[in-house]
Ligand binder design. Sequence first.
Ligand code: ADP
Ligand code: ASP
Ligand code: MG
Length: 420
Amino acid sequence: MSRASEAPLVIKFGGTSVGGPAEFRRAARIAADAARERPTAVVVSAMSGTTDALLGFANTTAADYSTRRTSTGATREGSVAELHRALADRHLGAARAAVSPEHLPAVERRIVSLLKRLAEVLGEPWESPAARRDAVVQFGERLSAGILSGVVRSLGTPSEVVSEDPIATDRNFEEAEVLVEETRRRAGERVRPLLDGGTVAVVPGFVGRAPDGAVTTLGRGGTDLSATVLGRALGASEVWIMTDVSGVLSADPRLVPEAATLPRLSYREAGVFAGLGAKVLHPKTTEPAAAAGIEVLVRNTFDPDSPGTRITAESTGPGVRCVALRRGIKLEVPCSRGHRSEAAVAVCIGSPTKADAARGRRLLKKRGIPLLHCGVTSAGLVFVVAAPVAEEALRALHEGLVTPASKMLAGEPAAQQEVA
Ligand code: ADP
Ligand code: ASP
Ligand code: MG
């Protein structure tokens, strides 16, 4: 079956979306269903917690090789064995519970061979601690990719792991920059033929390859960026970011429990929000999507029928879409208890109006929150307040300024109406 003329879909699954056997089955079902409609490439994160475990290990074993002791005093051999056992238990356990007997042996062989290679990497000399951390941490995504591909095959849908990394980068370990043209060439050679043949191509996220073959990574949370980078390289029409919440929320839910899912965002708004720490998207995710006009849908793996957030070039109209905090501003401010405190900036992202600014000032005044500065920047409307009251200010601005989804869709910002 040739599907060469169809624009592919790229689906990214985050760490909690492949957190265990049930999650792998859910993710595989989503990928297999999508592949019935159009060519589908999957980009997958490490199982949740695996990256932290690998990095923690790489850091504690970075001590002098000659002592053969880790920085915590354990013998290197002992801790390697422990890491090996923990990763084997988790990944072989997930594979045995989620992959069909027919496809299991190949998946198990891949896991065992990756763990053997990881043990070798741990004993090799590396040019720098960052290069070594990338060489170690890459295994999380490679392990989960093998399992996910096996589970997709178990559903009767052809699937392969893309074993030669398609994302080309520079040699800036742990925060590598993507080389766009070389990535396009590699994706055309290594991924496109699988898609054209109706196979679900599973790509380990987060990792890249420098021109000399060195393994790099795109920074923490980088699988989101892998997905849009691959989407641009393949000429995809859509990228789905599948995660554990029902889309991009109007604020960090840990700071603002009332935060609600945003139906739409522009590339610019999503980019600013992610850059200010909205953890659901790696800060650079929207750059390749905007450059190539790819729609990004942020959706919930555990509630696939909910519409999620659609991120496109289209403006979402006037008003405030979402709010974020930038902490640790060095502007020192005297506070009422006598000592000095840092400031923080509450940023209202969207296309705020003058009325939004006036309303924001009134909201803070009403709550007795002293405003140190208010202004408009390219990021949005900014309210500078003392750090200890910043979260309260953020909640007040969220409650009073963010346009409810129902009104946003109708192009009718709430703040404007109420202030007018
Ligand atoms: P994944 O493993 O799927 O990449 P992440 O943990 O990186 O998921 O991102 C999803 C998490 O980001 C959510 O569980 C949520 O707690 C947190 N989060 C912070 N801010 C936001 C926001 N504005 N919208 C959605 N989620 C957010
Ligand atoms: N596994 C990597 C991390 O935890 C990349 C990702 O999940 O996006 O940072
Ligand atoms: Mg993430």
